[in-house]
Each structure stands twice: as C-alpha cells, then as structure tokens.
Write a protein that binds this ligand. Structure first.
Ligand code: NAP
Length: 298
C-alpha cells in the first residue's frame, strides 16, 4: 500500500485536485490528471480554478488555500501568473522550488501548505527518456520561470549552461540566482557566437512557436545547429514547432515538450496520492486533448 502523508484519515474520500492560473481556457492538465486517477484506480476529480492575479484574484486565492488547509482540496497545480506570487502564502518550499523561486504544485501536509516545482523533475525525466544526452554544454533560450527550472535540472546533472535572453539583465538575474549550483553564463538572444560555445543541447524555454503564432522560433530556420547537438522545445502545442522543424530538417535529434508536461503532472500526482501513474496512458490523454484543442480552434 502506498503512503500518503497529506491525507492519512481520508482514504475513502474522492481526491479533490485542481489547477489555479489565469486564463485557463486551453488546459491539457484535466485530461492528464483524470487519466492518472483512472490508471491509479483512485476516485476523484481535477478542477480548473481560473483566478486572476492579485489584487483582483487575491480573495479567491485565499479562499482556495484556506480550503486546502481544511482538507477540502488535496492538491493544486499552479500555472501562469501565480507560480511566483503564490510563494508568500505557503508555509514551506522544498529546496528545489526555493532555489528556482517558482512553485507549480502545492500539497497540504499536516495542515501546512508545501510548494514544490515538478517542472524540474518533469524536464529531467523527459530529457532522459527522449534524447538521453550525456552532460556537456547546454544553451537555454529564454530566461523566465521555465528556464530557471530547466537550468536548475541541467546544472544538477553536471551540465555547463549558457542562458540567452532578449533582455540580457533577465539572463544575468537567473545566473545570480543559480550560480551556486553550477557553472552558468548569461548571453544576449539572438545568441551570437553560439558556435564557439559548442553546445550539445539547445533548449527553447521561450513561448516562441506556440499556437496560434506557430511560425515563431528562437532559432532562424537557416541557421546551422552546432554539429553533434540536439534540440528540446518546451512548447507542446503544436507538437512539431518551427524550432523542432529546423532541427528535423538539419538531421539533428529533437524532442518536444508534451512529454515534460506529462512527467511534471505525474510527479505532482505522486506527491498528492503516493502513486506515480504510468507514462503511456497519460501521454495518450494529453495527445487527444491537444488534438481536440486544435480542432476547436480551426
Ligand atoms: P515566462 O516566465 O513568461 O518566460 C518566458 C521567457 O521567454 C522570458 O525570458 C521572455 O522574455 C522570453 N520571451 C517571450 N517572448 C519572446 C520573444 N518573442 N523573443 C524572445 N524571448 C521571448 O514563461 P515560462 O513560464 O518560462 O514559460 C515559457 C514557455 O514554456 C511557455 O510556452 C510554456 O507553455 C512552456 N512551458 C512548458 C512546460 C512543459 O511542461 N512542457 C512547462 C513550463 C513551461 P521577456 O521577459 O523579454 O518577454
């Protein structure tokens, strides 16, 4: 039997899980988590909580978190725009969430709210599953919240990381935050002189290429990828982005972000229920939800 620190006395009650963010019109998370509940043989639901940023959404956010302290909600995912601004309302962060300064998963543990960042483990697991690169030099494009999670994961695994941002100061800030963990350098985007860095992994953490602006890419199509490199795109809608299309056309290995999305969800589900759900059915559910989204848009 699995252990569950968050709800020792409530094993028979259906799990109340959900996502807080804004806007939440096109979320794949309910499909993934409903499949996780089914695959784990657990009763429960996963609800969307569209809460605007403070001050407008403050009362609603406080109500949700109070419900969690009282045991009415067993787990919340957190997405844009709350990954950072929710931190002051939590009682504790795990060390990785504290290091990157962002939370995407909250669990109630003995009445206290604990924040974690499963984007870190989600990226790490999906990178290992898809491209399985040996640690070397990585180039991270973008310096926002996801870039911090990716850079943290890479540094922990022994990579030397360069982070390129269109606002150089943003990359410098990331470097100041994570420099204690490993070797990390700031660069301007577009990243000139990348060839000299000789990265063996290039990761897009900007939203460039995301639907509906699918022509966008942080990497010009005609720019050669460094020899021996591989490309990973955190964008998952569409699954084949312009960035990955350039990688495919130049014959280098590549992977898109839907696997990371599934892995971070699976790790969040594990913190709430004690069960790590199987990858394949969740991936299938995510693929179907993305397909439905695409049909709704067209
Ligand atoms: P964020 O905190 O807003 O950071 C976005 C970064 O991209 C910032 O550095 C931003 O720079 C840069 N950027 C935005 N537009 C740009 C442009 N036109 N040219 C150059 N740089 C640009 O967002 P985030 O939370 O890191 O998320 C970034 C992307 O990752 C989103 O598409 C998100 O869906 C995806 N994501 C995927 C997963 C997954 O599981 N696959 C998990 C997390 C995030 P400025 O500040 O200058 O705009």
């Amino acid at each position: 039997m699995f252990s569950n620190r968050s709800r020792p006395h409530r094993e028979m009650k259906p799990y109340q899980l959900g996502l807080v963010g804004h806007p939440l019109t096109h979320s794949v998370s309910p499909a993934i988590h409903r499949m996780a509940l089914a695959a784990a043989g657990l009763d429960g639901e996963y609800r969307l909580h569209p809460v605007p940023p403070p001050p407008e959404g403050l009362a609603e956010m406080e109500r949700l978190l109070a419900g969690m302290r009282m045991g009415e909600i067993d787990g919340l995912n957190v997405t844009i725009p709350h990954k950072q601004n929710i931190i002051p309302y939590l009682d504790r962060l795990d060390p990785a969430a504290r290091a990157v300064g962002a939370v995407n998963t909250i669990s109630p543990e003995d009445g206290r709210l604990v924040g974690r960042n499963t984007d870190i483990g989600g990226f790490r697991r999906d990178l290992a599953r898809t491209l399985a690169p040996a640690p070397g030099r990585a180039l991270v494009l973008g310096a926002g919240g996801a870039a911090r999670a990716v850079t943290y994961a890479l540094l922990k695994d022994g990579w030397v990381v360069s982070v390129a941002a269109r606002q150089l100061e943003q990359a410098r800030e990331l470097v100041r935050q994570l420099a204690g963990i490993g070797e990390v350098l700031p660069l301007p985007l577009p990243a000139g002189g990348v060839e000299a860095l000789q990265p063996t992994l290039i990761v897009n953490t900007t939203p460039l290429g995301m639907a509906p602006h699918t022509a966008g890419s942080p990497w010009p199509a005609d720019r050669p990828f460094p020899p021996g490199s591989a490309a990973y795109d955190l964008v998952y809608n569409p699954r084949q982005t312009a960035f990955l299309e350039a990688a495919r056309a130049q014959g280098i290995p590549f992977a898109g972000g839907v696997g990371m999305l599934v892995e971070q969800a699976a790790l969040a589900f594990q913190t709430w229920t004690g069960v790590l759900p199987p990858f394949d059915p969740l991936m299938e559910a995510a693929g179907e939800a993305l397909m439905t989204m695409r049909k709704d848009r067209s």
